[in-house]
Write a protein that binds this ligand. Structure first.
Ligand SMILES: Nc1ncnc2c1ncn2[C@@H]1O[C@H](COP(=O)(O)OP(=O)(O)O)[C@@H](O)[C@H]1O
Ligand SMILES: O=P(O)(O)OC[C@H]1O[C@](O)(COP(=O)(O)O)[C@@H](O)[C@@H]1O
Ligand SMILES: [Mg+2]
Length: 513
């Protein structure tokens, strides 16, 4: 698989330490394209809106808590409808693809892209790509109309189907070109957005007028920069049912232990939020917080204590937790899925056996293991996620119509923004165990932190500010100019400095030619 690391990012700096990490626009590589008035201004439904269009220069700040004298920091281009669009309604031929694991809300995003294109922009040609990236070249397409998608938000899954693997750049872009598609909406997680960046680069290399818009999806909520991923709230809500069942089982029998495994490959957000919401959980184990079983301060000791105090306990474990312990005691299989993601061993089953074995010699316990893994993601999204999905879809449609491309949409401090692909894919969002939220959880469950003071000091050191660009070191690196390319920094970012109004790229800049 290719690494889309050579993507150039448009960087605009302004006074007071202002930085705009901008997204590409058609006019960056197709300078003479015609533009048209946005048809939204003649749409009766939107006639009541005071301001039809977002200001061309509006941006969204990444860092919302600032120090009095601190720099203004990183910004992203604000999402929303623009005064001028770069497609005539008849000209648009859009397609939508869903990739990676399922997530509640996928169908809502599909529905709202189709309806947004039809009702806001008068578009009539929208295709569904069947079965993920490989569907571009290996399957038939599905014609999508508002009538066809009318009820799909009430169903779980994706009506388009999904898959892992199968990302073949040339075949995908050939198919886009052959079919005359000029807007590609790609819904998926970190892997999918990496694939989208590769597709965008190839489209730009071929000089095609094809907008590539990513809509971030992950049940695990591990995509950085954006506030939260769609479907996450639905998953946490559904997880309550499993935790409630575990609690009922545990409280109905002597020394009952209810154990629930939840999704979360590398990030324990679902487990953490489900635990905090429930208040019935005595112990939450996540990938970010290593734990141990035996000895003082270990899990067995805590279980024994809780059972003696309370007569029952509920444990929530994220699927990626304790993988180090598993590989110590089981032979590591080192298997991967078709996309190259590591396949995890079942930590829930493993820990159930370990707990049962340990207490068999000590005291009678009754452990019930509940694994609702796929049940929390294969359901329709709840109301709040539906609204969120609508905004994501509409933001993507407005961006593509306005000629932006090579971007992902998402809320940053509650305002929707266009975010460069590499910012979404460069790292994963994780629970920070030295943050207040994890402390809240520890205080609500009373579980041991499984950390000694040395570990705490180390993890505080490891915690870097999320707006790393403002660190003097990083900042220097990004704004430095290489000797061979005056516009390209050492990290491959396009640098545009001292622009006229502080946020827009000066047209006469040598960097924009
Ligand atoms: N580095 C990459 N380059 C190109 N395509 C990728 C890359 N990583 C993943 N993909 C493709 O993206 C799709 C989804 O990736 P996957 O990791 O399974 O799910 P998710 O997008 O939810 O993280 C797959 O079809 C996979 O082949
Ligand atoms: O069995 P599958 O479909 O490969 O999915 C399992 C994985 O998918 C996830 O739900 C999320 O994965 P992606 O968002 O990366 O697709 C993980 O929590 C889980 O490990
Ligand atoms: Mg992923």
């Amino acid at each position: 698989m290719e690494n889309p690391g050579d993507t150039q990012m448009k960087l605009v700096t302004g006074p007071g330490g202002y930085v705009l990490e901008d997204v590409p626009h058609f006019t960056d590589y197709l300078p003479d394209l015609p533009s048209y008035p946005n048809p939204l201004q003649d749409n009766p439904a939107y006639s009541v809106v005071k301001q039809y269009f977002v200001n061309a220069d509006d941006t969204v700040t990444q860092k919302i808590v600032v120090h009095k004298d601190g720099p203004r920091g990183v910004h992203f281009r604000r999402a929303g409808p623009r005064q001028r669009v770069y497609f005539g309604s008849d000209e648009v031929h859009a397609c939508i693809v869903t990739c990676g694991g399922l997530c509640p809300g996928l169908n809502t995003v599909i529905r709202e892209i189709v309806c947004g294109l039809y009702h806001m922009y008068g578009v009539r040609k929208v295709l569904g790509i069947d079965g993920g990236y490989r569907g571009f070249y290996a399957k038939n397409t599905i014609t999508l109309t508002p009538k066809f998608v009318n009820d799909i938000h009430k169903r779980g899954g994706t009506i388009l189907g999904t898959s892992r693997g199968g990302h073949e750049k040339s075949k995908i872009v050939d198919s886009i070109q052959d079919r005359g598609i000029n807007q590609v909406y790609i819904i998926g997680g970190d892997g999918t957005q990496r694939g989208a960046a590769v597709i965008f680069e190839e489209i730009r290399r071929r000089g095609l007028k094809v907008a590539v818009a990513g809509i971030p999806k992950t049940i695990d909520n591990d995509i950085p920069v954006i506030d939260k991923s769609f479907g996450f709230d639905t998953a946490v809500e559904e997880a309550q049912r499993a935790i409630n069942a575990a609690h009922v089982e545990a409280t109905s029998i002597e020394n009952g232990i209810g154990l629930v495994k939840l999704m979360g490959r590398y990030s324990g957000f679902i487990a953490m939020y489900a635990t905090l919401a429930s208040r019935d959980v005595d112990c939450c184990l996540i990938p970010e917080s290593p734990f141990y079983l035996e000895g003082s301060g270990g899990l067995y000791e805590y279980i024994e204590k809780r059972l003696k105090e309370n007569g029952h306990m509920v444990i929530v474990i994220a699927e990626g937790a304790g993988q180090d312990l598993l590989s110590e005691s089981l032979q590591s299989l080192d298997q991967q899925d078709a996309s190259g993601n590591k396949l995890l061993q079942d930590v829930g089953l493993w820990i159930s056996h370990r707990i049962k074995d340990y207490f068999a010699k000590k005291m009678p316990i009754n452990l019930k293991y509940i694994d609702p893994t796929y049940m929390i993601r294969a359901i329709p999204s709840i109301a709040s996620d539906n609204v969120y999905c609508t905004l994501l879809a509409h933001s993507a449609v407005h961006g593509a119509m306005a000629g932006y491309t090579g971007f992902t949409v998402g809320p940053v401090n509650a305002r929707h923004a266009y975010i460069p692909f590499n910012r979404i894919t460069e790292k994963q969002n994780k629970v920070v165990i030295t943050d207040r939220m994890w402390a809240r959880l520890l205080s609500s469950t009373n579980q041991p932190s499984f950390l000694n003071p040395r570990d705490i000091a180390k993890s505080k050191e490891e915690k870097q500010p999320t707006t790393g660009i403002l660190d003097s070191e990083n900042f220097k690196d990004r704004t430095s100019v290489t000797k061979d390319n005056p516009c390209l920094s050492a990290t491959g970012l396009l640098v545009v400095d001292n622009c006229k109004d502080g946020i827009s790229v000066a047209e006469d800049s040598p960097c924009m030619s």
